[in-house]
Design a protein around this ligand. Structure first.
Ligand SMILES: [Zn+2]
Length: 212
């Protein structure tokens, strides 16, 4: 009897644990480590070190996307949409995850054909801005609607806690998939897809980064 119960429990748990399969995710990147060089001021102002750090961040992003624990938690997220006419509003969490993994970027670029390729195409450029501006919510970087490049300011890029930069990259890349949030700070902004996705990526990124 006990054995039967055990078998039943095992059968049930394998049934309940049936989760949507995530495709193997890849990240391809084209990185511009910046055009400036004044390595005397800060080690990260050296383009070689900057490039190494970019590569580390991009690799960690790819690893997190293929991490089973990350995937499980992604499916448990509840997302908030704070832009009124956001066409993503009706998506379920599973559909958001599916859209992220499909990785169809919506920018215009010569020779680029949007297609489901389970591959993040990252065009990343570090922009020189040596000092953090005043204020609580400093802008970390920027992007243009329909543009493919992710611009990150150097003062933020070189900061400690590389895992935070992995989350930043994930956040910015999610904009290329059409996920949005309001630019003003408000209570539930952290629950929009770009923020929640970025934070979750960051949470799992440490496993794939060397200790600082
Ligand atoms: Zn954003």
């Amino acid at each position: 009897m006990r054995f039967l119960m055990l078998m039943l429990a095992m059968l049930l748990s394998s049934f309940v644990r049936e989760e949507p399969a995530f495709p193997v995710f890849k990240v391809e990147s084209n990185m511009d480590e910046g055009q400036y060089n004044n390595s005397q001021i800060h080690p990260m102002n050296n383009p070689v070190d900057r490039k190494k750090r970019m590569e580390l961040i991009v690799k960690a992003f790819e690893s997190v996307m293929n991490d089973k624990d990350f995937q499980k938690e992604l499916l448990q997220q509840k997302f908030v949409y704070d832009v009124d006419d956001d066409p993503n509003k009706k998506l379920t969490t599973a559909e958001v995850a599916e859209k992220i993994y499909a990785a169809v970027e919506s920018y215009t670029k010569e020779g680029y054909e949007p297609k489901v390729d389970n591959t993040a195409n990252i065009y990343w450029d570090i922009k020189r801005r040596p000092h953090r501006p005043d204020g609580d919510h400093a802008t970390l970087g920027y992007g243009f609607s329909g543009g493919y490049t992710i611009y990150t300011y150097s003062w933020y890029f070189r900061g400690k806690d590389i895992d935070e930069r992995v989350g930043h990259l994930a956040h910015e890349w999610s904009h290329k998939l059409g996920f949005r949030h309001r630019s003003d700070f408000h209570k539930t902004r952290d629950e929009t897809v770009p923020y929640a996705f970025g934070y979750l990526v960051r949470k799992h990124a440490k496993k794939y980064l060397p200790e600082e």
